[in-house]
Design a protein around this ligand. Structure first.
Ligand code: ATP
Ligand code: MG
Length: 207
């Protein structure tokens, strides 16, 4: 094992945007695996329409099971309470030891408040960020605005050094749009894997 990536998210529900990003980064960085970590309670989000952790975990498994390099961790769900990246990264750093490179994948929208994440300084000592492009967000502009312009100059330069900006193929799907479409009885076919679509309909989620 040489290098892995952690991909945290609410995954409410997981969709092809997540999966395409994870696979593109896996191949680009020659990663041994990408570990999807569904949050228990996201610290920075108002959990509207949040289905249970167990249901999000199940859907994440269904969506990733066909890729031998994808794994799902229930670390944050098992820990309970609010999920903070610092605890998760620490867990994987201890699990894999110091010789495995750990990356943390974040979408462009998450980049905006990264400087304010709990114990960001500690996080940057344990892993590197891969910031991926996302439709509707100018990743380079966000990077310049929030990092170069950060008040704490040493944190800003650490962030610059430890965050790689990756332009990935843009897939304009979000969980918000999927939840909205389900509510309006619109099709979500080809936006999420078929098993996830079935699960959502069978359990009448997001209605
Ligand atoms: P919501 O609309 O509920 O916020 P989401 O689609 O943003 O859902 P999250 O679970 O919040 O999904 O995202 C997990 C991670 O995946 C975040 O880092 C997010 O930026 C990234 N991400 C989600 N969708 C895409 C996409 N289409 N392209 C690139 N990155 C994405
Ligand atoms: Mg999001």
């Amino acid at each position: 094992m040489k290098a892995i990536a952690i991909f945290g998210g609410t995954f409410n529900p997981i969709h092809y945007g997540h999966l395409a990003v994870a696979e593109e980064i896996r191949t680009k960085f020659n990663l041994d695996k990408v570990i999807f970590v569904p949050t228990n309670l996201p610290p920075h989000k108002n959990p509207v329409d949040l289905v249970s952790a167990r249901q999000r975990w199940l859907m994440t498994n269904m969506a990733t099971v066909s890729n031998p390099c994808f794994e799902v961790s229930s670390f944050e769900i098992d820990s309970g309470g609010k999920s903070y990246a610092v605890d998760t990264i620490k867990h994987f750093r201890e699990h894999f030891g110091d010789n495995v490179k750990i990356y943390f994948i974040v979408g462009a929208d998450m980049l905006i408040d990264i400087a304010a994440w709990k114990n960001i300084g500690e996080i940057l000592k344990m892993c590197r960020f891969i910031a991926v492009s996302r439709p509707g967000y100018d990743i380079q502009k966000i990077f310049n605005q929030y990092f170069l312009g950060a008040k704490n100059a040493s944190l800003a330069s650490e962030l610059m050094e430890n965050a790689l900006v990756e332009e990935v193929s843009m897939i304009d799907i979000s969980s918000t749009v999927i939840r909205q479409r389900v509510k309006e009885w619109k099709s979500i076919k080809y936006m999420v894997p078929e098993a996830v679509e079935q699960f959502i309909h069978n359990h009448q989620l997001y209605l």
